[in-house]
Design a protein around this ligand. Structure first.
Ligand code: CA
Ligand code: CA
Length: 106
């Protein structure tokens, strides 16, 4: 895998996290639905097994970054990047903190 591709995915993933929780209160219905329906065990966090379903749903909704992740099949890589504390689950807070970091650097 080329280093260039990795950077592309990193950049696009930041856009994913931003679109997810830039405005948590005003999350679009499609995003909320995608999260809820991919959260199979309803524990309000996404496991590594649940994450691909979320990406696929967002891709189906036309989210361009999700489409890119799906196209490259880089679910694991995207998940690992967003899972800041490496505990194997992705919380809304982790998605938001990735977003905050992104905005702090801009
Ligand atoms: Ca879950
Ligand atoms: Ca985590």
């Amino acid at each position: 895998m080329g280093i260039r591709l990795i950077f592309t995915v990193l950049a696009t993933l930041l856009v994913v996290t931003e679109s997810l929780h830039a405005q948590p209160v005003n999350a679009t219905p499609s995003e909320v639905d995608a999260f809820k329906s991919s959260d199979k065990d309803k524990n309000r966090v996404l496991s590594k097994e649940e994450f691909p379903a979320f990406v696929d749903l967002m891709a189906a909704n036309g989210q361009t970054t999700a489409k890119a992740i799906r196209f490259f099949g880089m679910y694991d890589y995207a998940f690992s990047f967003a899972d800041k504390n490496g505990d194997g689950i992705l919380t809304p807070r982790e998605m938001r903190s990735a977003d905050n970091e992104h905005r702090a650097n801009n």
